[in-house]
Design a protein around this ligand. Sequence first.
Ligand SMILES: Nc1ncnc2c1ncn2[C@@H]1O[C@H](COP(=O)(O)OP(=O)(O)O)[C@@H](O)[C@H]1O
Ligand SMILES: [Mg+2]
Length: 293
Amino acid sequence: MPSIALVTCEKFPSLYGGEQLLPPALQRAGIAAQIVAWTAADVDWSRFDAVVLRTTWDYFERYPEFCAWLDRLEAMGARVFNPLATVRANSDKVYLQTLERLGVATVPTCWVAPGTAPAEVQRQLADLIWPEVVIKPSVSGGAFRTERLSLADLRARCEPLAEILVDSHALVQPFLPEIASAGEWSFLYFGGTFSHSVLKQAKAGDYRVQMTHGGRHTLTTAPDELRAQADEVLRLCRGLPGGEQAWLYARVDGVSLAGRFVVVEVELIEPYLFLDEDPPAADRFAAALQRIL
Ligand SMILES: Nc1ncnc2c1ncn2[C@@H]1O[C@H](COP(=O)(O)OP(=O)(O)O)[C@@H](O)[C@H]1O
Ligand SMILES: [Mg+2]
């Protein structure tokens, strides 16, 4: 029986939410799963047939440590999903620049490099015309340090950007009201095959769709044209590092702007899979892993 590690963080010793459907689904597929925190001491990761990243949701708050852990996995010769090259590339939202070059429609972004001097930040902001913006760190998850404010406010107060620029790029984007009104889509793929889609909506008065910010999500079949665009995004993503290897899971997140699918992010490290919305999806995940192993 193949044996795999489902990797979590210390905060979620038994995974979280719908992810908890994975161990029994894997068991049904003849795969023994052990839940292990990425920070656990003295783990020989190479003894697993696969090391599957799941609820490692503190990685962006402990980023240097997490990168060192990825290096250790590589040195040990562990078989990691998604592949390490993909995980490394996906851990910093600068990969969105690569996606844009590959032909993916992404949210227009002003990129401010870490350590940029305040005067230069002001010069970059002077070029922008969006009345309302969202700022966020390039190494982030769960809307960590994400803020919505007017461009005038951002120009007047440097602190929110300065705080981000200490250790990552900052993304400055136009605020997309469609995210707050219609919601943000997540398209889930296992082993490259579409599994299900979810529409995530923010609570009234908010724009962040994450559950931790009071957002809710519903299993929703997207219009065919939107789904086709998400499929095409995943195909183009294969141009990212590690894209020539198998991806066990992928989540394409984006918003429909008058029928045009625009990518907010593609999650290839530890996306929440919304398995509780569609329990057979856990079996599809297990079957995808079985095929890859
Ligand atoms: N340009 C934007 N306009 C409106 N809302 C946004 C925008 N960018 C992000 N958001 C909101 O913030 C959330 C977090 O941003 P995201 O880029 O997905 O980063 P992460 O999920 O890694 O924290 C999104 O799910 C969405 O609710
Ligand atoms: Mg997101």
